[in-house]
Design a protein around this ligand. Sequence first.
Ligand code: GLV
Ligand code: MN
Ligand code: MN
Length: 410
Amino acid sequence: MNVDAAGLEREIDELAAISSAPAPAVTRILFSDEDIEARAWLRAKFSAAGLSVREDAVGNLFARWPGSEPWLPAVATGSHTDAIPNAGKFDGVAGVLGALEAVRALQREGFRPRRSIEIIMFTAEEPTRFGLGCLGSRLLSGVLGAAEAADLRDAEGRSFDGLRTGAGCSGSLDSVRLSAGCYRAFLEMHIEQGPLLERAGIDIGAVEKIAAPAAFRVRIQGEGGHAGALLMPARRDASLAAAELALAVERAALESGSADTVGTTGVFRIEPDAINSVPARATLEIDLRDTNLATRDRAEATIRAAADSIAERRRVQIGIEVINSDAPANCDEELVSMICDSTAATGCSVFRMISRAYHDSLFMARVCPTAMLFIPCRNGWSHRPDEFASREAVAKGATVLADALRRLAA
Ligand code: GLV
Ligand code: MN
Ligand code: MN
């Protein structure tokens, strides 16, 4: 397979330059100027490859290479191009531009697909703007309803509906959901975001299962006051209650009995955020994941019990809102085997693994048979500016993806 490794690397660099953070960091928040510019850049790339582009009402992009039997369910592939603050240039992007290069490699070798091949760029895989990840694929799969989506507000109180129309997306939110049977398969290529492939010197991870993520927003109401005058026994410090809860999250994950439980308190805001004022309010956002739903649910119950006891002891109110609580997804065994066959056919090494990060595949797995292929990234680093996957690693991923797409579309 004739993948243009240098050209693919150049395109990844070009897209990375569309960022609201200075290089090497990449920041592209949903419906920011940079997100909109990146979408236009990508559409031009899709069109230059002769693909016809459709955009749905929330900005999911679909670039189609029509098959000779276009009425058959298409083979889909893709990922996302939004990036969290201070991210790197490969998360999501490798799977979108890798898919485009895979399609171009198939075109160059004269392949004529029987089924159409469609590259999808999903809107807002990252939860940055609305606190909820995988907005595009949640809507496509029907896990998120149109009315719930319309109600979403960002930190400035702006609605998802207003922002998407402001960004030029038209049509009703109801129209986004995909119909059953629309795709034969979905394959997502992604950097591993963990160290296992690199450590083992393996080219490709064939993902068998995607861990179950949950997210919670916690609001703590205490009582503020003067940092000099309010004596310690009288305090109801929201920040200290929040700190205790963050430690309880760590403990619940560590003591769950499974190494697969991970708990992170990644958002920690206190008000009024002044050195000489006792914190009156705190807002936390907690990310809790496991490959096993029952274990995750037990860890959640432990955290809730800790919150009750902290609230009582510190005389504060603690409210916990569930942002999302998703089940794990199993990848389709036939597709996982096919990825393994494609690695053998292209001279790459492979092992099977699980995805601890979530991906749009978590939701596409509810629409059609789905699988993922991972490529190694340096030290497993991701969600940071020094995230790095080598030119060769990305090219191998695109080569294996192309081989699998050919098998599925033939
Ligand atoms: C996706 O970016 C995740 O947080 O797993
Ligand atoms: Mn990410
Ligand atoms: Mn990603």
